[in-house]
Design a binder for this molecule. Structure first.
Ligand SMILES: [Cu+2]
Length: 490
């Protein structure tokens, strides 16, 4: 039996059973929240109380009735609590590690020093097994950030971002949100990852539709090695139909924060009968807010969008890929006094284009002082082995770090010469997307961007965060097997 057929059967069983019982413990909106301004949790033997305490420990998630996932979470849950911090106000986060492996918490999207950023490569100290560690930093900039484990996993699929160690982090400036009636946090997840030698269908996830400007004249025909995949999915901690529905009323405006917290794959989602009015990407306001039918997010990316609830009914919000959605990546949106079967309508135009949210051609942008090409390649390793990933002809670590000049404008050209779309992330900086597959844009500030299959993305940044900064693919296996580079300041 082929993998897809097997998955189809499992998915039907899971979906059928779950839909029959629309009862669950946790709402999609029911994550606990910790505000760093007024919660002094975790009074301990330390003299000063931390603003936030995170306890890393094993947790069992009932993602569908009697379907338990054993993983590692924060404060007894996964996702961890929604952390709310005030921009510019120093915080102390105490991390207690109740597992038998050393850990790191990375604060994704913040301008904070390397010593607290949560990257071993940058020199952040580990939180020892059975020990504790304090992170003290001043959160900025404002926006939807997130926090997650940055531990290496290698061949261990129970480590790093394969686990439930992640949560939303909102840095608030005090003048952010417009009017909304409900705020939802939706994290896309996969569970029980395993190794496979079959490639995913990239086009289905929006990763293979580009112009392929970097497609090599001669393709590498060596046999592919192992990749990581999954057959079980959820939004937050519930598979489709297993949790309580998101309850809305006609006329409401709902603010959704979407995060792809997967370790392994880009995802496209839609809400049947509705559009997403995208206002921010990776927490940064977009120059041209726009309503779209689908959202595409690589691992690590976030999108903030409004949804106008103007189509009374019972709908499915979930992955556009039937197999992925039916295997759990979805949630039911139920209008008041509506009781019919949840409806899924496939989006008519499932296309994602970053540049639609930018403004102009970038003619007004300062010219870069320095340009660096970053060529991504895969070394297929054959049956039973892990593929190796290279940046500029070498897997991490490089003989010399990539160098940034303080105060200068740097242009990075990501050249993806692999048959996979990669969500690449630069720590401790924001970059401006300049060009996607030959299409110019401006004003789109991000910390993670998906470089399409055989595609090319150009970004500019101002080098103003001295210290080491890690660059990597946010697909855990790619990162662990070479797809990393370290930037330092001259
Ligand atoms: Cu990758």
């Amino acid at each position: 039996m082929k993998r897809k057929e097997f998955l189809g059967l499992g998915a039907t069983a899971l979906f059928g059973g779950a839909i029959a019982r629309l009862v669950g413990q946790s709402r999609a909106t029911g994550m606990s929240q910790i505000s760093a301004q007024n919660v002094a949790e975790g009074k301990s033997e330390q003299t000063t109380a931390a603003d936030v305490t995170l306890r890393i420990a094993p947790v069992a998630l009932e993602i569908a009735p009697s379907r338990f996932i054993s993983t590692i979470g924060y404060n007894g849950t996964s996702p961890g609590p929604v952390l709310r911090m005030r921009e510019g106000k120093p915080v102390t986060v105490e991390v207690i590690n109740d597992t038998d492996a050393s850990e790191l918490v990375h604060w994704h999207g913040l301008f904070i020093p390397a010593e607290v950023d949560g990257s071993e490569e940058e020199g952040t100290p580990m939180v020892p097994a059975g020990g504790r560690h304090r992170y003290q930093f001043t959160p900025r900039p404002a926006g939807t950030r997130w926090y997650h484990s940055h531990a290496m996993a290698g061949a261990d699929l129970h480590r790093g971002t394969y686990t439930g160690q992640y949560g939303f982090l909102l840095v608030e400036s005090g003048n952010d949100p417009g009017r909304f009636d409900q705020e939802l946090f939706l994290a896309l997840r996969d569970w029980e990852p395993f190794f496979t030698d079959q490639m995913e269908n990239e086009a289905a996830e929006g990763g293979g539709l580009g112009r392929q400007l970097e497609r090599p004249a001669t393709l590498d025909t060596r046999p592919n090695g192992l990749e990581v995949t999954s057959q079980l999915f959820s939004i937050n901690d519930k598979a489709l139909g297993a949790g309580e529905p998101i309850r809305v009323r006609a006329g409401q405006r709902v603010l959704v924060h979407v995060l792809n917290a997967s370790a392994i794959e880009n995802r496209m989602i839609a809400l049947s009968g509705h559009q997403f009015h995208v206002i921010a990407m990776d927490g940064n306001p977009v120059p041209s807010p726009k309503s779209v039918e689908v959202l595409m997010l690589g691992p690590g990316e976030r999108i903030d969008a409004y949804v106008e609830m103007n189509q009374p009914g019972v709908w499915i919000l979930g992955a556009t890929d039937d197999m992925i959605r039916n295997a759990g990546m979805g949630v039911i949106v139920e209008y008041e006094n509506q009781h019919r079967q949840p409806q899924w309508i496939a989006p008519s135009n499932p296309v994602w284009d970053y540049t639609a949210f930018g403004a102009g051609s970038g003619a007004a942008r300062p010219a870069p002082d320095h340009t660096t090409d970053m060529v991504f390649e895969k070394i297929p390793s054959g049956a039973g082995q892990f593929n190796l990933w290279q940046v500029n002809g070498q897997p991490y670590p490089h003989d010399r770090e990539f160098v940034l000049q303080s105060g200068a404008r740097h242009r990075l050209i990501f050249r993806n010469r692999t048959d996979d779309a990669h969500p690449v992330h630069l720590h401790r900086h924001l970059f401006e997307v300049v060009d996607v597959d030959g299409k110019p844009t401006a004003g789109l500030m991000k910390d993670t961007v998906v470089v399409p299959l055989y595609g090319r993305v150009t970004v500019d940044l101002t080098a103003d965060q001295p210290g080491l900064s890690l660059f990597h693919c946010h697909i855990q296996q790619h990162m662990d097997y070479g797809f990393k580079a370290l930037f330092r300041y001259a």
